[in-house]
Each structure stands twice: as C-alpha cells, then as structure tokens.
Write a protein that binds this ligand. Structure first.
Ligand code: NAD
Ligand code: UD2
Length: 312
C-alpha cells in the first residue's frame, strides 16, 4: 500500500485514476481547485484540499499531509485542459499549466521526509502542433500551435530539470484525445466526444468547427490510467515521455456520424468557422508506449463510445 497525491483528482481523468488506485489498496489524497472538477466524481472518504496548484505553499501542504509524512509519489493532472481557454486566458492558464507543474516538481524534491518522490504528469499531443509527420513518434519535432501546447512542452522541459538537477524521477504522458464517462458534456471547453454525445443525446444540434475533416486519435480513459499506475511502480531515469494513443485516425465528421448511429438519434450537424490554432491531423505512434509497458490502448472506439453514452 502506498500514499499518493493526485492533483486535479476531481477531474475526468483524475477520477478514473483514483478509482484504480483505491481498487489496488492505495491511499489517495487530492489537490484540486474545483474549477472544472467535482467532488461527486470521487467516492466518499477521499480527502480533497481545495487549492490552486500554482500556489507553491498549497502544493507543499497537500503533499506533506496532515501528519507530515509526505507521499510515495504524485500524479499531476491539474491543468486548464482546453486549447480554447488557453487562447482566451493566456496568462491565467499559463500559471496553472506550467507554474503549477513546477510547483509540483519543487514540492516533490523537498517535502517528503524520505527524499524526492516520483511525479507522473500529463502532457499532451498538443506539443506536436502542426508537425505533419504522421504517425507522430516521441522523437518528432515539437511545434505547438497553442499556449496550452507550449505550456505542456514547458512541463516536459522542467521535468528534465526535476530529474537531472533535483533527483525527482518523472514520466510524462502525451495523451492524445481522451474520452469516456465523467468528461463533462455541458462545458463548452470539454472534449469533442463529450460535447457531441451530450448534445446528440439531448436532441440538440452539434457544431463542427471547419469542414470536419480534421483527424484525431481518440483514447478511452480506462485504457490510459493503466499506464500512469504502471509508470509510478517503475520510475525510470532521464525524464521519459510517452505518447498515449492508438494510432487509429477518426475524423470529426465520422465521429459525429458514429455517435448519432450508436445513440439512435438523428444527426443535426451545423458547420461553423475553424477554431483558431486547431490542429488538422493528430495521430500518434504507440510503439514506445507498448514496448515500455507491454499493453496497448485496445478498447475499440465504438465500445468506448457506448460506455460514454450509457453514462450520460
Ligand atoms: P479536467 O478539467 O476534467 O481535469 C482537470 C482537473 O484539474 C479538474 O479537476 C480541475 O478542477 C483541476 N484544476 C484546474 N486548474 C487547477 C488549478 N489551478 N489548481 C488545482 N486544480 C486545478 O480535465 P482532464 O481531461 O481530466 O485533464 C487532466 C489532465 O490531462 C490535464 O493536465 C490535461 O491537460 C491533460 N490532458 C487531457 C486530455 C484530454 O483529452 N482530456 C488530453 C491531453 C492531456
Ligand atoms: C487538444 C489536444 C488533446 C488535449 C486537449 C485538451 C491535440 C491534437 N489534442 O485536443 O491532447 O490536450 O487539447 O483537453 O492537440 N470540435 C468541433 N466541435 C465542437 C468541439 C470540438 O468541431 O463542438 C473539434 C475541434 O475544433 C477539434 C476537434 O473537434 O478539431 C477536437 O477538439 P477537442 O477540443 O476535443 O480537442 P483538441 O484536439 O483541441
């Protein structure tokens, strides 16, 4: 049994991760500002400190715990997880997304009585920006198109500092487009699958940004959290980063059609302007991930979408 801090634990991915950690018998506590996360996403009894991950004192206190015993590791997921929000609120999202990550690395090096503890953190496919070399390997050039992607790349650079200078083992996961139950269908800043699924289920129209032929690599959340727990169990030197992806492309148009089909509802699809800074094609190469962890993101899209629709 280990003790972990999960930042952003009340959010979509964090709540699935915590479900898995608790099932394995670990003790978990959470730091979350509840800006998009909800306490109801977590079972009763998980201690939640409401605070800002960019507030270094709040992070240190959350990591130390009431008894001052510290943690065995930290899963760092807190961020403003939206390209659109990072355009509207550039500096504010930067504080959460990059300064918050440095605050976590800093606390991980100094707060725990037994010395530095590992940090497993969320990066994003957004670091690749408009790189056309599909499928994207981890060695592909990074040229983010958004403040969100730039800050995630910054997290990876600081992870190297955490590891090389401060002895904090880290592993960064470049999540591609994650979907599944508990992704908020009502927020305009949510992922496209939850927005489309919610609107189609309510009989409302959906808006496709641009021509809808942009392509994404969608991963089911329950596939993803297995890598985070595996990485915590075997921290590696050198601040590795891994794509978390399937290698399978799906266009936004096709996604809308499959969702309408699975939910048995008519598709009322409208086309709006392309989103500024939107990436045209994003498909990852999972080779490094599979080699390192011996498992792939294998939930077929239609199965994952069914589970998502059933949760609504
Ligand atoms: P989410 O919005 O559901 O979860 C983020 C959580 O962080 C929420 O609980 C929110 O309240 C909390 N949070 C936000 N700002 C905070 C702050 N300043 N201080 C403390 N808590 C704060 O989003 P998610 O999809 O679960 O994303 C989790 C992580 O995965 C994020 O780092 C995100 O950037 C990353 N990611 C997500 C996707 C995806 O497709 N969902 C893809 C790539 C990367
Ligand atoms: C980026 C990252 C992803 C994650 C996410 C933030 C890439 C390739 N992916 O996702 O890893 O970090 O940011 O959580 O950078 N769309 C519509 N209509 C809508 C909503 C979205 O057409 O109502 C389109 C949108 O323009 C985009 C696609 O759907 O082309 C996916 O959008 P998204 O916001 O779900 O995710 P994306 O790709 O920006």
């Amino acid at each position: 049994m280990a003790r972990y801090l999960v930042t952003g634990g009340c959010g979509f991915i964090g709540s699935h991760l915590i479900e898995r950690l608790l099932a394995a018998g670990h003790k978990v506590r959470v730091l979350d500002d509840l800006s998009t996360g909800k306490r109801e996403n977590l079972p009763d009894g998980v201690p939640v400190t409401v605070g800002d991950v960019a507030d270094a004192d709040a992070v240190r206190v959350a990591m130390a715990g009431e008894d001052g015993e510290g943690v065995d590791g930290c899963f760092h997921l807190a961020a403003v997880a939206s390209v659109d929000r990072s355009r509207e609120a550039w500096l504010e999202t930067h504080h959460a997304n990059l300064s918050g990550t440095i605050a976590v690395f800093d606390a991980a090096r100094s707060t725990n009585p037994a010395g530095p503890v590992p940090v497993i953190y969320a990066s994003s496919a957004a670091v690749y920006g408009d790189n056309p070399d599909m499928p994207l390997t981890e060695d592909a050039a990074t040229r983010p198109l958004s403040a969100y992607g730039a800050d995630k790349l910054g997290c990876e650079l600081h992870a190297r500092v955490a590891d090389g200078v401060h002895g904090v083992p880290t592993a960064g996961f470049r999540f591609f487009n994650v979907y599944g139950p508990r992704q908020d269908p009502k927020s305009p800043y949510s992922g496209v699958i939850s927005i489309f699924a919610g609107r189609i289920a309510r009989g409302e129209p959906i808006t496709v940004n641009g021509d809808g032929e942009q392509v994404r690599d969608f991963i089911f959340v329950k596939d993803l959290v297995r890598y985070l727990t595996a990485a915590m169990g075997h921290p590696q030197p050198g601040a590795p980063v891994y794509n978390v992806c399937t290698g399978r492309p799906t266009s936004v148009n096709r996604l809308a059609e499959v969702l309408a089909d699975l939910s048995g509802r008519p598709l009322d699809r409208r086309y709006g302007p392309a989103r500024p800074g939107d990436i045209r094609t994003s498909i990852g190469d999972p080779t490094r991930l599979v080699a390192a962890f011996g498992m792939s993101c294998d939930t077929p899209l239609e199965d994952g979408l069914r589970q998502t629709l059933a949760w609504l």
